[in-house]
Design a protein around this ligand. Structure first.
Ligand SMILES: NC(=O)c1ccc[n+]([C@@H]2O[C@H](COP(=O)([O-])OP(=O)(O)OC[C@H]3O[C@@H](n4cnc5c(N)ncnc54)[C@H](O)[C@@H]3O)[C@@H](O)[C@H]2O)c1
Length: 419
């Protein structure tokens, strides 16, 4: 049992975490409900870009990483790390059903001496108010019989300088002993662990990080809209402001927020704050500005086509990049999907090209070859590297560049319309 760690959820967070612990000499058993993921890990084939298949295969072959759907495997581990999805419901309220379903499955298997850590992003109070009572229904008491903590994952998929291993890890336990235990566990595999006084502090830390980004992106998105009206190049302004060596941090405007975290997590806090008669107005305002961006970008495409004496309806629009950010294959909550939907609703003939995303099954589209010849307008929604944007500008009759990928001067230079 010592040196054996269970990770529930073998996704974007769970699989890299398994790799890091296994490489530090721990034995990891992953628990997942997806037969495809189980089969894939068993073959040593990775489906997460940050975990190279050759690493995974080596660790699986050496017996350092195993995977199963059977929660009974958790009876044999010293620590259980939960890395499951925390989405919003259709009414945009926290949906903890996946996490709590798993905790209900863990409780009857909980062993004396085990450590349980929730890694999923959630509102302050989740670990104490939601997990602790379910786990204590086992008859074991937190602090005495088992340890419970929260430690947010900070992985930035596709990033190479800051990885799961060297990104500092914040940890807050229900009792000081819970914190100490969790800190000791993570220190075995991660370079820096930062303890805080409670799970609530750790839960809110993660939300602050995401809210900080969301609010700052909303600020530059709003500024981009004003700059469009004033015919000022917002990218030039942000680049110039970024030359200030202190007191400024640069954020880029764009077609909207994407990914599993940014469009979702801030609203976990908004929901919880209502319990305290508190309205998180910055979060709401940022959400409003960011959610409006695909609609605003639709207007920009329409205006650009109009300037070329074309209606959006019937125009051939090639969307370049549909992943939610550059150089990854993840399309969750990608603003490109919303923009495609809006373009299609207006009668545009939409195709897309993305070297990382072969299919968009819900849109009934597959990635088309990068052939500009037939397009009336190319819309750069996600700027993957490795694409020759100069050649695109040279060949296309009209380019709407929502990421400043072309580096064109000004906001509208006839052919290139920049956000
Ligand atoms: N993806 C990121 O970049 C990122 C970064 C930081 C934090 N987070 C947070 O981490 C959490 C997990 O996110 P993710 O992106 O890894 O999700 P994910 O969807 O990639 O992974 C979740 C995994 O859990 C599995 N699963 C679902 N129900 C299960 C169950 N009952 N038992 C066992 N396995 C089950 C799924 O099959 C999937 O493999 C979320 O709260 C997210 O907000 C994600």
């Amino acid at each position: 049992m010592p040196g054996r760690i269970g990770i529930v959820g073998a996704g974007y967070v769970g699989l890299p975490l398994a790799q890091v612990f296994a490489e530090a000499g721990q034995q990891v058993v992953l628990i997942d409900v997806s037969p495809q993921k189980i089969a894939s890990v068993e073959r040593g084939e990775s489906y997460i870009a940050d975990v190279p298949s050759e690493n995974l295969k080596r660790l699986v072959d050496a017996g350092s990483i195993g995977i199963t759907s059977d929660y009974d495997a958790l009876k044999e581990v010293e620590a259980i790390l939960i890395a499951l999805q925390t989405p919003l419901s259709a009414q945009r309220e926290p949906d903890l059903s996946i996490v709590l379903g798993a905790v209900h499955d863990i409780a009857p298997r909980l062993q004396k001496g085990q450590l349980v850590v929730l890694e999923s992003t959630t509102y302050p109070g989740t670990t104490r108010e939601q997990l602790q009572p379910v786990l204590e229904a086992s008859g074991l008491r937190v602090g005495d019989d088992f340890h419970l903590a929260f430690s947010p994952e900070r992985v930035d998929p596709g990033r190479e300088d800051w990885t799961t291993k060297n990104t500092p890890k914040v940890v807050g336990g229900i009792t000081p002993a819970c914190t100490e235990r969790a800190v000791e566990l993570y220190r075995r595999a991660l370079e820096t662990v930062h303890p805080v006084s409670s799970p609530e502090a750790a839960e809110l830390t993660k939300l602050l990080e995401n809210i900080f980004r969301s609010v700052n992106i909303a600020l530059v998105n709003e500024l981009a809209q004003l700059c469009d009206r004033m015919k000022i190049d917002v990218w030039e302004v942000i680049g110039a402001a970024a030359t200030k060596p202190f007191g400024f941090m640069s954020f880029q405007p764009g077609p909207g927020l994407g990914g599993h975290c940014m469009p979702i997590d801030p609203f976990y806090l908004t929901w919880k704050a209502r319990e305290y008669d508190f309205y998180t107005e910055f979060i709401e305002l940022a959400g409003k500005v960011n959610e409006n961006m695909p609609y605003w970008c639709l207007g920009k495409v329409t205006r650009a086509l109009n300037a070329h004496e074309r209606a959006l309806k019937g125009s051939k629009v090639l969307v370049l990049g549909v992943a939610y950010k550059s150089d990854i294959d993840d399309t969750r909550e990608s603003p490109a999907l919303k923009l495609i939907e809006l373009l299609q609703e207006e009668g545009a003939d939409v195709s897309y090209h993305d070297p990382y995303v072969g299919e968009l099954p819900e849109q009934g589209l597959s990635s088309a070859p990068l052939d500009i010849s037939g397009a009336d307008c190319v819309v750069i929604v996600t700027a993957h590297s490795g694409i020759d944007y100069e050649a695109i500008v040279a060949q296309a009759p009209l380019v709407v560049d929502l990421r400043n990928a072309t580096g064109a001067n000004g906001t509208e230079n006839g052919k290139v319309w920049k956000l």
